[in-house]
Design a protein around this ligand. Structure first.
Ligand code: NAD
Length: 463
């Protein structure tokens, strides 16, 4: 672990499983309560000088970004080993994380003069909060960590970061690399099982918790934070709908739809998780998506030509298998896939399900895996109502040839990002967050940066 700029071993360790084999392939330090205290103390000690030197912070974030860009080749196999994704995607994630750090390194801090007259000069500025506790999930361990590190550190905060126990290794290694470019204590990286996350949320030092993970855990985090009125940003689950309009061209959209549903094996918070299609296009779209599924190659992430690795962990593998089995026993048809791949590891065949309706678990719940329900609709109003009729509200998309019409339908979606003829199109300048149970607050862009600050009014009387 990295605590106060030092390499800190733990007395206890826990196992990390390679999802491609289902076997333990590494061990990670299990941070003790005393070590967590030390990490927060180090972050608190570093805060005083870190928050005062904006130029140094920008230079450090650039240097950190450069380390990731230069180190992607070494880091990517570590990420594949713990997460399962294909090497190319792992490399892409690490490069993306570097790009994120460098984007924020140049982002202006918002400030605004709201009054300058005979009586007063009044300016609204953004101040850092202090120490931030950051908790990340296992689907994109590194880029999601950098979505937090970049804005939090730019704003002048310091941080204690804890990756998921399923994927601690890349983040721990990056903590080690960043010791060369960040002052001691600015970024502390610890690892441990889920209770360590819970301890972070009740610890007296952090003023802010930034959390990415499931809705269930997010609610616990919010409840823990309430007692001390810690600020929270919660990036939680999604059940993103894609509405295909009657004028869409299935052959033209299939590759994009399939990609946005099956990227990272569907283990993306804002992946397409249900497709609504008019009866008139149903068969043609299903055929075009099945054609995409036929082009996939499922296998270990380090193997040449593999497009889809295993699911990340056994509970998730069992959850996806259970949801697919539930749909099939309820009368759904697996046009492709429908079952795990024989052999070791958590591999599951890319699965397209038809004959499913709202009310079945695979449509109503977040599957977070390579299984996509394709649901027929008769009227567009009904499709929009079904798309919105959920506790989730992360993102959604509308697909059609007449883009103005598609955009008008997208305007009706109750979610944080409404895409037209695309899905999963993200950018560091673009805020990302969810309505309803999909989260509180946003990450990225100036809006995400503001989430790591408090508003301060600076009012100087004149005359
Ligand atoms: P999870 O909620 O099980 O775990 C997330 C993190 O929280 C892990 O680091 C875990 O150790 C920690 N944790 C567990 N219990 C805790 C507690 N009581 N207090 C504090 N921390 C605790 O989620 P997961 O299974 O790792 O991730 C999958 C979920 O994350 C999916 O629902 C997915 O949609 C969501 N997700 C959301 C986004 C987004 O940006 N909205 C991005 C990626 C993933």
């Amino acid at each position: 672990m990295t605590i106060g700029g030092e390499d800190v071993p733990a007395k206890d360790v826990f196992d990390v499983v390679d999802p491609a084999t289902g076997e333990v392939h590494a061990q990670a330090p299990d941070c003790s309560p005393e070590q967590l205290d030390a990490a927060f103390a180090a972050a608190e000690a570093a805060y005083g000088s870190w928050r005062r030197d904006e130029d140094a912070r920008r230079a450090a974030l650039h240097a950190a970004g450069d380390l990731l860009l230069a180190g992607a080749g070494d880091l990517a196999p570590i990420l594949v080993g713990e997460q399962g994704k294909p090497l190319k995607e792992a490399t892409f994630e690490i490069i993306g994380a570097g790009v994120w750090l460098k984007h924020f390194a140049d982002l202006p801090m918002p400030r605004q003069v709201i009054r300058d007259d005979d009586a007063a000069f009044v300016e609204v500025v953004r101040r850092p909060m202090g120490v931030v506790a950051a908790i990340t999930p296992w689907n994109f361990p590194l880029i999601l960590a950098c979505w937090k590190i970049a804005p939090a550190l730019l704003a002048g905060n310091t941080m204690v970061l804890k990756p998921s126990p399923f994927t601690p290794l890349t983040t721990l290694r990056v903590g080690e690399l960043f010791r060369d470019v960040l002052p001691a204590g600015v970024l502390n990286v610890v690892s441990g099982r889920d209770p360590l996350g819970a301890h972070m949320t009740v610890h007296p030092v952090p003023r802010k918790i930034t959390f990415t993970g499931s809705v269930a855990t997010g609610k616990r985090v919010a409840a823990s934070a309430a007692d001390d009125l810690k600020r929270v940003t919660l990036e939680l689950g999604g059940n993103d709908p894609a509405i295909v309009l009657p004028d869409a061209d299935p052959a033209a959209i299939a590759a994009k739809l399939f990609g946005a549903a099956f990227q990272n094996n569907g283990q993306v918070c804002s992946a397409i998780k249900r497709v609504y299609v008019p009866e008139s296009l149903h068969d043609e779209l299903v055929e075009a998506l099945a054609d995409q599924a036929a082009r996939t190659k499922v296998g270990p992430g380090l193997e040449e030509g593999v497009t889809h690795g295993p699911l990340n962990n056994r509970p998730q593998f069992e959850r996806v298998a259970g949801l697919v089995a539930d749909a099939l026993s309820g009368g759904a048809r697996a046009v492709t896939g429908g079952k795990p791949v024989d052999g070791p590891g958590y591999f599951f065949e890319p699965t397209l399900l038809t004959g499913v309706e709202d009310g079945s678990r695979i449509v109503d719940e977040e599957q977070f895996g390579p299984a996509l329900p394709i649901v027929k609709y008769t009227s567009l109003d009904e499709a929009v109502a079904r798309a919105n009729g959920t506790h989730f509200g992360l993102s959604g998309s509308v697909w059609g040839t007449d883009t103005e019409r598609a955009a008008a339908v997208a305007d009706e979606l109750e979610c944080g990002t409404a895409w037209v003829n695309t899905h999963l199109a993200l950018h560091p300048a673009q805020p990302f967050g969810g309505f309803k149970w999909s989260g509180i607050g946003v990450e990225n862009g100036t809006w995400g940066l503001e989430g790591f600050t408090e508003v301060q009014v600076r009012h100087r009387a004149k005359g």
